[in-house]
Ligand binder design. Sequence first.
Ligand SMILES: Cc1cc2nc3c(=O)[nH]c(=O)nc-3n(C[C@H](O)[C@H](O)[C@H](O)COP(=O)(O)OP(=O)(O)OC[C@H]3O[C@@H](n4cnc5c(N)ncnc54)[C@H](O)[C@@H]3O)c2cc1C
Length: 423
Amino acid sequence: MTKNPSNWAANYTYRAARFHQPETVEQIQELVARSDKLKALGTRHSFNDIADSPGDLISLEHLDQVVALDRAHRTVTVEAGVRYGQLARWLHNEGYALHNLASLPHISVAGACATATHGSGDKHGNLATAVSALEMVTAEGELVVLSREKDGEQFRGAVVGLGGLGVVTKLTLDISPTFEVRQDVYENLPLAELEARLAELFSSAYSVSLFTDWQNASFNQVWLKRNVSDNAVINLDPQLFGATLAIKNLHPISSLSAENCTEQMGVHGPWYERLPHFRMDFTPSSGEELQSEYLVPRQNAFEALQAIDQLRNSIAPLLQISEIRSIAADDLWMSPCFGRDCIAIHFTWKKDWEGVRYLLPRIEEQLAKFNARPHWAKLFTMSPTHLQSLYEKLPDFQQLLQHYDPNGKLRNVFLDQYIFGTS
Ligand SMILES: Cc1cc2nc3c(=O)[nH]c(=O)nc-3n(C[C@H](O)[C@H](O)[C@H](O)COP(=O)(O)OP(=O)(O)OC[C@H]3O[C@@H](n4cnc5c(N)ncnc54)[C@H](O)[C@@H]3O)c2cc1C
């Protein structure tokens, strides 16, 4: 490779000395055993340096097959490099579904789970909560399997592993029978309506997302994704808490064409063609955007949104769109939803890092009273000590990393700084 690759958004160029694309687990074991410093690389959709290493970067893009479907236990085992889009279509054809998907289907299962990637839905944990077992190559090249059933706390520490425990080679995920979803969009929901109705709104569908450009104290769009497998008749109200039912498909950024968005207007379709906002066959190669996201306890959601609204005039000029989602609590040590139901406040920024870098500390200050945890794979500016104070299991996670990687082979600047660092 002549030039170091960059991440999807091209705001970060990997500094690794060598890049590898092994085709077998044995090749990964050999690479890991002879490397001094390494990290696994997924589909490069993270916005910070979490996936980098000064030594070897090991991409699992050639390990992308479905290994086994266990109909009796309702699980699927996959090679770690498989992308959700590919897996979802395969599962649906076999009659099964995953519980949720992120906004786009192009990310790898291992990379997404390692950073607690999530979709939306009051009752749905992030994507990592579907993991029931994982196989990984640890620092000396040894193959280790951990499962929810047998390994309890160690397993709960390893699933959202930030790439620090080993190169994950296989994952087993919980599945359910396939289901149909319809998507309906409402426009212009006043923020004030949420004071009394936030819980009602987010629990009103399988998955709910609000979008705003923060130009006003309102949400431009409300996306409701309903499980309609029972074929029950749904009579939609033309108004929802002051918002109006849309009469055509919309892009979250209203001025953009909706042709790359998943079907709306109540048209039924399989779960994997409705839960992501963007269509599977639309492959964005790179993005003129940056992203940040903060997860706050659901009980504080309205106050947190009001706190962000106070910065609206500073946020709006730098913003493409903001999305508000809901995620269920889990017990995965390094998940931002550990121990608490969350509302996630996401920002898709214009590609202006200087401006965004100046603004993020103000957003973080506004959200600090809610103990907001940042998305591991997006851009944030809070200090390592503050970040560490937000994770009660951090000392256990440090020990787990040291157990599997005593010489710090898989440590990189990100882990040194945010997991072990003090500055
Ligand atoms: C356009 C866009 C939309 C997004 N939408 C969402 C969204 O809806 N919800 C959300 O929560 N996030 C979202 N994200 C963030 C994204 O989900 C995360 O960045 C996720 O980690 C991407 O997975 P990846 O495969 O690209 O991982 P990478 O960025 O390649 O790696 C991320 C981490 O995973 C580790 N890793 C990867 N593979 C392995 C492996 N085999 N073994 C061990 N560790 C591994 C890496 O070492 C690194 O620490 C979005 C990002 C983009 C660019």
